[in-house]
Design a protein around this ligand. Structure first.
Ligand code: PGA
Length: 251
């Protein structure tokens, strides 16, 4: 049985003061929803605030990125050990990092190996662009991203990886995929690729989320699919009622 998982990716939104307000406004209600792993991912600079506010709750904290090296002359980067003091999760390979900051599958894989080393639960994002979708390349693209991004971790760590299937054309557009279409990609491409890397039981153990314009109104459509274990939520995770509504739909 895979435990449902919902993470809020705040992206580059909220100051430290605003983080305090948003987390304070959602903590009690969010904490009441059981049997689902709940995580908020604010910007680096707010991780300390999130960590302090959520310390005695069942709500986890995640970073949105990290560097793979342990320390040194890498101006502007943040090391795995630094975020590990403040959180237990890290989003890797988000399509915005791939598109705007040149992240490749090889870089995502280095970060994944660093996450394993520092005992962070990685949320690895994969998904095709609109152009790739329209030219029927979804399977090919998502399978390559999964196999290259998830390669070479120790077999005992692999089941801990969380994968988020986020079609780029669905992110921030208000045009979500459908439950059925997302389930097909997750089952026939993502779990199949994981099975090729780590075997069928790991492919069945790994949580795979859907992401891209998830709202309280459409979350159930995704969560009711057999291969979708939750959501990576962007825009709606910045609104208390919407985020709580989404998390409730896992019940
Ligand atoms: P969205 O973003 O929910 O705003 O579409 C999802 C994501 O980028 O993780």
């Amino acid at each position: 049985m895979r435990k449902p998982f919902v993470a809020g990716n705040w992206k580059m939104n909220k100051t430290i003061a605003e983080t305090r307000d948003l987390i304070s406004a959602m903590t009690e209600k969010l904490n009441e929803i059981k049997n689902v792993e709940k995580v908020v991912c604010p910007p680096f600079i707010s991780l300390q605030t999130a960590h302090e506010l959520l310390r005695n709750t069942e709500i986890g904290v995640g970073a949105q990125n990290m560097f793979w090296e342990e320390k040194g002359a890498f101006t502007g980067e943040v090391a795995p050990a630094m975020i590990k003091e403040l959180c237990d999760y890290v989003i890797l390979g988000h399509s915005e990092r791939r598109a705007y900051f040149g992240e490749t599958d090889a870089l995502v894989n280095k970060k994944l190996l660093a996450a394993q080393k520092f005992d962070l639960t990685p949320i690895v994002c994969v998904g095709e662009t609109l152009e790739q979708y329209e030219s029927n390349q979804t399977s090919q693209v998502v399978s390559a991203q999964t196999k290259l991004g998830l390669a070479d971790v120790p077999a005992d760590f692999a089941p801990r990886i969380v994968v988020a299937y986020e079609p780029v054309w669905a992110i921030g557009t208000g045009k979500a995929s459908t439950g059925e279409a997302a389930n097909v990609v997750i089952k026939d491409v993502i779990r199949k690729s994981i099975a090729e890397l780590y075997g069928e039981s790991t492919a069945q153990a790994i949580r795979v989320l859907y992401g891209g314009s998830v709202t309280g109104a459409n979350a159930k459509e995704f969560f009711s699919q057999p291969d979708i274990d939750g959501a990576l939520v962007g825009g709606a995770s910045l609104k208390v009622d919407d985020f709580i509504q989404i998390v409730k739909q896992t019940q």
